[in-house]
Design a protein around this ligand. Structure first.
Ligand code: MG
Length: 352
C-alpha cells in the first residue's frame, strides 16, 4: 500500500531566519521588508515621523517658504577615502537646499538594492547616512526599498529628496547675479573626482588626498546671515566649477572672469589631472560652493567662510562682468585669456 497522498507542506520560497544577504523578498512589502525596516532602517534613522510607520510622514512647517530638491546616487565604489554613497546621498541633497538659503530639515531615502548585497554593506551605508543626517541636522522621515535581481543593479542606488525652510527675506538665485560681483570659492577643486578616479584605477593615493564630501549648511547659513547683500550660491558637483559658472552666466546674462592663479587646487589633484588629461575646472566636488557677492561684501564673505573648517581655504577667484554675457573666461597663469566652456559629455560616469 502506498503512502497516503498528502499535499506538500506550504513552503516559504525563501529561507527564514537571519539572512546575511539581501534577497528579492526584502523588496516584497511583506515580512522580510518589515524585518529590514525593523532591523536596519528604524534603529539608524530613528525619529518620530518614521516611527509612526504610516504611508506618509506628517511634519510641522514654520512660516515662510519651503525648498525641495531631489537627487539619485549611484557612485562606484560605494566606499572611498573621505566618504561613501550614504554620506553623498545626505550631503548632496542637503547642499542643494542650503545653497538656496534654505535650512535643510527633512529627507526621504529610497533604496534600490541588488539581490545578494551583503547585509553588512547595507548596514554600513545606512549607518553612514544616519551619522551624516545628524551632522547636517536633518531627519530621514520616510523611505522605500526595492530589490532587483542579481545583475540588474549594482549593489546600492539611493535617491534622496530634501525639504528645507526659507525665511521670506532670503532671496537668492542665479538670476540675481550682477556685474561687479566677486566670485568666491570655498576651497580647493577636484578632491572628490580625483579620489574616485584613482580608486577605480587601483592607484595609490598621493598623501592625504580624499573626497571633500561635507555638508555646507552651516557655511551657507553663516553667509546668508552675515552677508545680507549676497546674490547667489551654488554647490559644485558633477561638471565642476566650469559647469556651475556657465549655467549661472547663462541665467544671469552676465560674463564671468576667473583668475587662474587664485583658484586653489591641491598638488596631488593637479598631478593626477595631468596624468589623466583632465582639467580641475571640470572635476567633481562634493563639499564646495561658490558665492556671488557685491564687491563691498567680498572681504566679509571671505572671512566668514574662512572661519569655518569647511571653508578654511576660501578664495576670491574672479568677478562678474557685463563684457561678454553668458561666457566664462579665465586669465591664465601665463597671462593669456581662455574661454572656459561647459563640459561636453561625461568626464567620469558614476561619480556621485
Ligand atoms: Mg547643486
Amino acid at each position: 500500500m502506498s503512502a497516503p497522498q498528502t499535499a506538500p507542506p506550504l513552503a516559504c520560497p525563501l529561507p527564514l531566519g537571519a539572512h546575511e544577504h539581501v534577497v528579492l523578498g526584502h523588496g516584497s512589502g511583506g515580512r522580510l521588508s518589515a524585518e529590514l525596516m525593523r532591523d536596519i532602517f528604524m534603529p539608524a534613522f530613528n525619529c518620530p515621523a518614521l516611527a509612526a510607520q504610516d504611508d506618509q510622514a506628517i511634519l510641522p512647517v514654520e512660516a515662510g517658504r519651503i525648498a525641495i530638491s531631489t537627487d539619485s546616487f549611484v557612485v562606484k565604489p560605494l566606499f572611498f577615502p573621505g566618504g561613501n554613497i550614504g554620506e553623498l546621498a545626505v550631503y548632496g541633497t542637503v547642499n542643494d537646499l542650503a545653497v538656496g538659503g534654505a535650512i535643510p530639515k527633512y529627507l526621504s531615502a529610497a533604496f534600490i538594492l541588488e539581490e545578494g548585497l551583503p547585509f553588512s554593506t547595507l548596514k554600513a551605508v545606512v549607518d553612514a547616512m544616519a551619522a551624516a543626517a545628524r551632522r547636517a541636522n536633518v531627519e530621514i522621515v520616510t523611505g522605500d526599498t526595492k530589490v532587483v535581481e542579481r545583475g540588474s543593479g549594482d549593489q546600492i542606488f539611493i535617491n534622496t529628496t530634501g525639504i528645507g525652510v526659507l525665511p521670506h527675506r532670503v532671496q537668492l538665485g542665479a538670476a540675481r547675479v550682477e556685474p561687479g560681483d566677486a566670485i568666491i570659492l570655498s576651497g580647493p577643486l577636484g578632491d572628490h573626482g580625483i579620489t574616485i578616479l584613482t580608486q577605480r584605477e587601483g592607484m595609490e593615493l598621493d598623501g592625504d588626498l580624499k573626497s571633500d564630501a561635507a555638508p555646507l549648511h552651516e557655511l551657507c547659513r553663516a553667509l546668508v546671515e552675515g552677508v545680507p547683500g549676497i546674490h547667489a550660491m551654488r554647490d559644485l558637483t558633477r561638471g565642476g566649477l566650469s559647469s556651475a559658472l556657465n549655467e549661472m552666466a547663462a541665467t544671469s546674462k552676465t560674463g564671468m572672469e576667473l583668475i587662474e592663479r587664485e583658484i586653489p587646487v591641491r598638488d596631488s589633484v593637479r598631478g593626477a589631472c595631468e596624468l589623466f588629461g583632465l582639467d580641475p575646472l571640470y572635476v567633481a566636488n562634493e563639499g564646495k560652493l561658490i558665492a556671488f557677492v557685491p564687491p563691498e561684501w567680498a572681504e566679509a564673505a571671505l572671512e566668514i567662510l574662512r572661519s569655518h573648517p569647511v571653508g578654511a581655504e576660501a578664495r576670491i577667484i574672479g568677478s562678474v562682468t557685463s563684457a561678454h554675457p553668458g561666457r566664462v573666461t579665465m586669465r591664465t597663469s601665463l597671462g593669456t585669456e581662455r574661454i572656459v566652456d561647459m563640459l561636453a559629455g561625461d568626464q567620469l560616469p558614476r561619480i556621485c
